[in-house]
Design a protein around this ligand. Structure first.
Ligand SMILES: *Cc1c(COP(=O)(O)O)cnc(C)c1O
Length: 385
């Protein structure tokens, strides 16, 4: 099987990076569960010497993800956080980073609690306002770190506009694309230099693996990331690489259903008299609905809503039966969570409130179950409020 140069997205998801196994013809790339490779003679080998440096299952995943995100190379890591940490090694002490202000909590913790020790400096701004990016840039700024849509408020950043500003100052742009997934948006097409994924979420899609990836386009970035992946060694293992490869094959069909179910639930909640407000980019009431229509293909599987008080939110969270009360997102099963005490518990309360994560907010990672069952579950939970 060879992939035509201009194959379309679903075809790329299934085929890119993979060829039948050369030794058996197995159509699926095997899980190469090995630590080393036997060399035929001194200095004679098949390109594989030690499995931290290269593993065929990981190589297949990396080829697949590079193509899916329209990048030139991808690197698999042990988790999304390991992927972000690897990107940050492109910087050196004294460098400054402008960051989306309600970026993923673990990213904020990495930047503030770990990387500040190495004299990296961070400014968090509302990147949905392009003027705030421009104002935060200093002569030391080397990276713009974006997340769009944000978790759990679903605020968007105009990727093309942000990349134009950053590149005008010679600043690289990294986008954490975990929340949207590459089916919904491909940041490199808007000018981003680096795309980060927690493959734990939509790419794997089945809540049974933890992993991460970085996709790059610039040769200097690719060369450094290849080096640092081996030097630091936070690699994705062959079993997890294989699971993510299985996941990406069905990414388009899963995302279509995630998008459709989330849109329908957002509309249902928006019309419900007990719900105070709903945050979903697909709703015309979303302040950036027009941008969402330009930048996203479908509006993603995440939504958030406010119940008016913590008690009312707690009643909903404790009353659902089909939806599972859990952190994480992007799996086939619907998860419901309370950002203030769960995913964003490590964010200081004042900062949480400033970015709009109130105690009455509920987040849903909408799965691909039958829509009517999801609606009925929410309806009976809301009835108890
Ligand atoms: C989960 C997540 C991460 C971290 O990924 P892990 O695989 O848990 O390390 C980073 N960014 C976003 C947006 C996430 O949702």
């Amino acid at each position: 099987m060879t992939l035509r140069e201009h194959a379309r997205f679903s075809t790329i998801c299934i085929h890119a990076g993979q060829t039948p196994d050369p030794s058996t013809g197995a159509i699926i790339t095997p899980i190469y569960q090995t630590s080393t490779y036997v060399q035929e003679a001194l200095g004679v080998h098949k390109g594989y010497e030690y499995a931290r440096t290269r593993n065929p299952t990981r190589t297949a995943l990396e080829g697949n993800l590079a193509a899916i995100e329209n990048g030139k190379a991808a690197f698999g890591f042990a988790s999304g956080m390991a992927a972000t940490a690897a990107v940050m090694t492109l910087l050196q002490s004294g460098d400054h980073v402008v960051v989306t202000d309600n970026t993923y909590g673990g990213t904020y913790r990495l930047f503030e609690r770990v990387l500040r020790k190495y004299q990296l400096d961070f400014t968090y701004v509302d990147t949905s306002r392009l003027g705030e990016i421009e104002r935060a840039i200093t002569p030391s700024t080397k990276l713009l770190f974006l997340e769009t849509p944000t978790n759990p408020l679903l605020r968007l950043t105009d990727l093309a506009g942000a990349c134009t500003i950053a590149h005008g100052h010679g600043i690289a742009v990294a986008v954490d694309n975990t929340f949207a997934s590459p089916y919904v948006q491909r940041p490199i097409d808007f000018g981003a230099d680096l795309v980060i994924h927690s493959t734990t979420k939509f790419l794997n899609g089945h809540s049974d693996s933890v992993g991460g990836a970085v996709v790059a386009v610039r040769e200097d970035h690719i060369e450094w990331l290849r080096f640092v992946q081996n030097a630091e060694g936070a690699i994705i293992g062959p079993m997890d690489a294989w699971l993510v490869l299985r996941g990406t094959k069905t990414l388009p069909v899963r995302m279509e259903r995630h998008n459709a179910n989330a849109m329908a639930l957002a509309e249902y909640l928006a019309s419900h008299p007990k719900v105070a407000s709903v945050h979903y980019p697909g709703l015309p009431s979303h302040p950036q609905h027009e941008l969402a229509r330009r930048q996203m293909h479908g509006f993603g599987g995440l939504l958030a809503f406010q119940m008016g008080s913590f008690e009312r939110a707690r009643t909903v969270l404790n009353s659902v039966r089909l939806m599972s009360l859990a952190e994480s997102l992007g799996g086939v099963e619907t998860l419901i969570s309370h950002p203030a005490t769960m995913t964003h518990a490590s964010v200081p309360p004042e900062r949480r409130l400033r970015i709009g994560i109130t105690d009455d907010m509920v987040r849903i990672s909408v799965g691909i179950e039958d829509l009517d069952d999801l609606k009925e579950d929410l309806a009976q939970a809301l009835e108890r409020v």
